[in-house]
Design a protein around this ligand. Structure first.
Ligand code: IMP
Length: 424
């Protein structure tokens, strides 16, 4: 059976978790493949809201096993806290989650350095990170001075590796950042305690996933963040430090590319981003605040107000190309039930010339080209049939589909599972 992929087509927060929730009934295994506790996936089931950061959102279904893939950076403290919170809400976590022995462990110095770099940065250097240490953990992975989940399973190996890591990182903390060193004994003890609690869940998920796929199991790869935040395809340097895109899904899970079938791109009917960085369709001032309030656009991880903008066709086309998206889910269309006309960015101009692509450099200097669509003011929240939408809303959806050139398969009209239109 195939693996399908749910990927963010904008700058994250597109409503991926709702789609995963919707698809989970036909899924056996749900895999997180990148990012860490920087993600905030919100699922509303039966009026109850659950926010996930590290644990795949599939944990709330009895029928699914959840995998934290090798591409994730796992913060033990956050993970245990999230497990405890979920178990308090009645979900079985430890019985259902598998952690890749190759996923990197986020250590206290990663968080400390992320925070100090963000606070001390010049306006030019400030990324607006979630301060969860994500970039620092990935940097150490690439520098080959990281600790992996499998290292926790052997006390002596853990001692050796942690000694070396702290020898190097404590020098950096003290000499470069003027911070206190991380104390070995305390960290070693905490990691052993983490291994005691979760050690049985640490396995080679690469073989597990491919074997299960060979046996006919259905796998859903759950992206965090989005294409605009991709370290290679996003608005560098205002990005996260991983690849949320399709290549990252394979590299971060070990799922053989031959298993991959559908790539489902999730996009809001408008756009948002958190943190710094160019955002051509951004709505500034009071008008932006109105959309933020209508959409409840505040970060589920940091609580920060999200920057709001109009739907950007050029950006979506970029996501479609980079990810191989063959089906789109359009979320939060109900939020737009307020406007007489709805602007959409249909292209960019740079130095007076129309661009035919999403540029790797200079996005902050492009001039967005707008088209306007007729709005609707009827309340459409919860509608589950396309034909019941006001004609101007149908026409907005059809126009977006035509402009991006890829099928919109699902439209979401509200946070609950039933607030969903399956397009014929
Ligand atoms: P980091 O991932 O914490 O290093 O943050 C880098 C950039 O990615 C910042 O602009 C963050 O606001 C953004 N970011 C990280 N995770 C998310 C997410 O889940 N949703 C939206 N933005 C995110």
């Amino acid at each position: 059976m195939p693996a399908n992929l749910v990927v963010g087509a904008q700058w994250g927060d597109e409503g991926k978790a709702k789609v995963i929730d919707y698809l989970s009934k036909d899924t056996d295994i749900i895999v997180r493949y990148q990012g860490g506790a920087n993600a905030g996936h919100t699922v509303v089931v039966g009026g109850n809201k659950y926010v996930f950061h590290l644990v795949p959102s599939g944990i709330i279904y009895d029928n699914t096993v959840c995998v934290i893939g090798n591409g994730v950076v796992l913060d033990p403290e956050y993970f245990l806290q999230e497990c405890a919170d979920l178990e308090k809400s009645g979900f079985k976590v430890k019985e259902k989650v598998l952690i890749s022995d190759s996923c990197h462990i986020l250590l206290p110095h990663h968080r400390l350095i992320d925070e100090v770099r963000e606070l001390g940065s010049s306006p030019e250097g400030k990324i607006g990170t979630t301060k969860k240490g994500i970039g620092m953990c990935y940097a150490d992975k690439m520098l080959r001075i990281g600790l992996r989940a499998g290292d926790l399973l052997d006390k002596d190996m853990l001692k050796r590796k942690l000694t070396h890591i702290l020898d190097v990182k404590n020098q950096e903390l003290v000499k470069y950042y003027d911070l206190e060193p991380v104390r070995f004994e305390e960290l070693y003890k905490n990691l052993l305690s983490f291994a005691d609690q979760i050690g049985n869940n640490i396995v080679n998920t690469i073989y597990y996933l491919n074997d299960e796929l060979d046996k006919g199991k259905r796998v859903l790869l759950e992206g965090a963040q989005g294409t605009g935040l991709d370290i290679d395809f996003g608005t560098y340097p205002y990005v996260t430090s991983s690849n949320p895109t399709t290549g990252g899904a394979l590299a971060g899970s070990g799922v053989n590319f031959r298993h991959l079938k559908d790539v489902i791109g999730i996009t809001k009917a408008y756009a948002t981003r958190v943190g710094e960085g160019p955002f051509p369709s951004e709505i500034l001032g009071e008008a932006g605040e109105i959309l933020r309030k209508l959409g409840g656009e505040y970060g589920s991880t940091t609580g920060r107000p999200r920057r709001c903008g109009w739907f950007d066709v050029q950006m979506l086309k970029h996501s479609i190309v980079v990810n191989g998206i063959n089906s789109i889910v359009l979320t939060k269309i109900d939020v737009l039930s307020h406007y007489d006309t709805i602007p959409v960015v249909v292209g960019y101009e740079y130095k007076g010339k129309r661009l035919t692509y999403f540029p790797s450099q200079g996005l902050e200097d492009v001039k967005p080209v707008f088209a306007e669509f007729k709005g609707w003011k009827d309340d459409i929240s919860g509608i589950s049939e396309f034909s019941k939408l006001p004609p101007t809303c149908q026409s907005y959806i059809n126009s977006l589909q035509e402009l991006v050139g890829t099928r919109i398969g699902i439209v979401s009209t509200g946070p609950d599972r039933d607030h969903t239109i399956i397009m014929k």
